[in-house]
Write a protein that binds this ligand. Structure first.
Ligand code: ADP
Ligand code: MG
Length: 284
């Protein structure tokens, strides 16, 4: 059940000369335990959509149901929703502001009104999950490396024990190593904690390795929704939206154009290698 987005529209600056259509008629169902990649060029509406899912932005029209209940219903607790749907912002370092890492991570659970003991327990647990040990507790968040800052921000959200974890471009600005670390961490949270995860990215290559479903946004609209394989078949249309399929997809299509009968659904270099070797053995 989890989240049902129904005909969601969002206009920024409604009724002013700055009015900007950011979401148009977006309909989307996210089931419990899914790992979804939300993809789109800059400005396509990804951040706007994610901020609706935890109630930070309100729809201009349309509805969002969380476990069957409209979050716009009278008396619905937005505070509770924000604890259940955790959002790590696009620039998570902006989410850090306390004097030390441990206090910072305590901020979320503190807002949930938990006991002092429970707050500390959760903060320690969350920091362990993201791989920041006790030597980081007293450090200023601003002294951390880029990747460590992201981890601390993720811990701050995890400490609320959310049912759904949304990460808005969590790897932006990190080097390849930092990127793989964060993506690996997210994949682990999904596998080990069974958490529903929505991973926002503008890079297909990044998310394709991890997610089981891709939702593609373009100019405020949902344009594709399917397995990575299904979505990559539209690689020519994706290019028109400023996106690209993984590089190996291009290699495979180039081979096919030269009459080589290789499976067009190949997504990874390893799959391509195996397919090419199999063809080569068959012809040898
Ligand atoms: P993405 O996260 O995919 O880059 P956004 O959701 O940030 O896209 O933006 C979608 C559209 O809404 C863009 O055209 C953007 O310029 C506009 N937009 C985003 N935030 C605001 C805002 N606070 N005020 C006005 N327009 C905005
Ligand atoms: Mg964004």
């Amino acid at each position: 059940m989890a989240i049902e987005v129904k005909h969601l529209d969002h206009r920024y600056g409604e009724g002013t000369i700055f009015e900007q259509y950011a979401l148009k008629n977006v309909t989307l169902t996210i089931a419990d335990g899914e790992f979804i990649g939300l993809i789109g060029h800059t400005g396509s509406g990804k951040s706007t959509l994610t901020q609706h899912l935890n109630g930070l932005l309100k729809a201009t029209s349309g509805d969002i149901l969380y476990n069957g209940e409209s979050i716009y219903a009278e008396g619905y607790s937005m505070k509770e929703l924000r604890g259940r749907v955790g959002l790590v912002f696009q620039y998570p370092e902006h989410q850090l502001f306390e004097t030390d890492v441990f206090t910072d991570v305590c901020f979320g659970p503190k807002n949930l009104g938990l006991s002092e003991e429970e707050i500390k327990r959760r903060a320690a647990e969350a920091l362990a999950l993201v791989g920041l040990d006790e030597s980081f507790y007293k450090q200023s968040p601003f002294e951390l490396s880029g990747g460590q800052k992201r981890r601390a921000a993720i811990a701050g959200v995890l400490a609320m024990k959310p049912e759904v974890l949304i990460l808005d471009e969590p790897t932006a600005g990190l080097d390849p190593r930092g990127r793989d670390d964060i993506l690996g961490l997210v994949a682990r949270l999904h596998e080990e904690q069974g958490m529903t995860v929505i991973l926002v990215s503008h890079s297909m290559e990044d998310v394709a390795r991890y997610v089981s479903r891709l939702v593609v946004m373009n100019r405020g609209e949902k344009v594709f929704d399917g397995t990575p394989r299904e979505v990559f078949r539209h690689y020519k249309q994706l290019e028109k939206m400023g996106l690209a399929a993984p590089q190996i997809t291009y290699v495979v299509h180039a081979l096919r154009e030269r009459g080589i009968a290789i499976d067009e659904d190949i997504m990874t270099v390893e799959e391509a290698r195996d397919a090419i070797l199999a063809l080569w053995r068959k012809n040898a």
